[in-house]
Design a protein. Structure first.
Length: 124
């Protein structure tokens, strides 16, 4: 009798396979990310993840790490050449290995990939 009751209860139970999917796994499958490390003036180092959906060529978000304690997410803006990511307060603009990092009304930081900062005479 106990066995019959157990079988009956188990047959009524809603037993579904349990699958756990990590959010990072889903994001990794849906996005294409390129990491670039910039060395900037005033002893600032930025790690930038340029991210887009896998089916898009243009990178539509830049995630900035290294300026403050939290990541800064900047949307892509259309420009004639180079790249521009800005949310109004923070702006990353550049072309090739050189970039300019601007925070509000502060003087801009000049940045370059691989510690190749432009000389002071090249900074505009």
């Amino acid at each position: 009798m106990v066995i019959i009751a157990s079988v009956f209860l188990l047959s009524c139970a809603d037993i579904r396979p349990h699958t756990t999917t990590h959010k990072t796994d889903i994001n990794a499958q849906q996005t294409n990310t390129t990491n670039v490390k910039y060395t900037c003036t005033r002893n600032t180092k930025l790690s930038v993840n340029f991210t887009s959906k896998n089916n898009e060529v243009e990178k539509n978000v830049a995630i900035i790490n290294g300026y403050g304690k939290q990541s800064i997410i900047l949307p892509n803006k259309t420009v004639a050449s180079g790249f521009l990511y800005s949310n109004g307060k923070y702006t990353l603009r550049g072309e090739g290995d050189n970039a300019t990092w601007t925070v509000g009304r502060m003087a801009s930081f000049q940045c370059s990939v691989d510690d190749k900062l432009p000389s002071h005479k090249d900074i505009k």
